[in-house]
Design a binder for this molecule. Sequence first.
Ligand SMILES: [Zn+2]
Length: 316
Amino acid sequence: MGAGAGRGLRLARTGATFPMETDLAMKPRENGAVLRFAPSPNGFLHIGHAYSALVNQRLARALGGRLLLRIEDLDIGRCRPAYEAAIFEDLQWLGVEWERPVPRQSERLPIYARALETLMESGLAYPCFCTRGDVAAAIAERPNWPRDPDGSPLYPGVCKHMSPQERQRRLASGQNGAVRLDISEAVARLAGPLGWREYGETTAARDVAAEPSAWGDAIIGRRDVPGSYHLAVVIDDCFQGVSDVVRGMDLFAATSLHRLLQELLDFPAPAYRHHRLLIDENGAKLSKSARAKSIRELRAEGLSAADVRGLVGILI
Ligand SMILES: [Zn+2]
């Protein structure tokens, strides 16, 4: 890793320096395992969250490691302080123990902004002024236009070839752009094959080949905040020294993009442990199901923490 001299991180693949003088210094990777549970305070935790938090805790203990918590509140329009307070209360009630202090992504925007600047200066990202409607219009005549693993159409590249003068003119006139990764340029700069070690819920690792191109020119900086889920999660996992990312299978495909960003930023690759998603009796993902109950609803119905842990154990 390029951390070291001074307070910057030198990026081998770009030659740029990525300043690090923020509150949360990059933690050197330790010998022991470091895991994290990273909920978003945009609602109450449901039993799918309980499962993920408890799997993290069980693995942290089995590996003799530490469990960290992180509040992923980049979606400032939907996150509420009351939900954040409820996260702490519900997890504590459930019997989950984590280290303090707990970082909030909303307090770390400058470091995401610096990463975006670095990637843009290195020719790996560009501003995009398109609305969803612009993207839809650009592909309207092409019914078989490819989609990313989340189902969104791949970006058709409208802003990729915009002249520097036009970009400057738009930015100067107050147009707020998103930032997109130039996926073909990013993949072209890889030194070799890209992949990760995947354990699932087992103790046996398998190597997974990453397919970052499936995401196209993904948004790594939102229009409203200088950052995105994909960028922030990669930066924060590195800064918190996370060795094992334990999260749901719904993020398996995104791991290809996360591995690419880690390579571009010269971050070490964590191991990944994507766990199964709880499903209801109709096969719907529990977090999306109307039947998903919040932990506090179950608590209000008189269930004990042991009952909820058992409920999760029964459902998995
Ligand atoms: Zn655009």
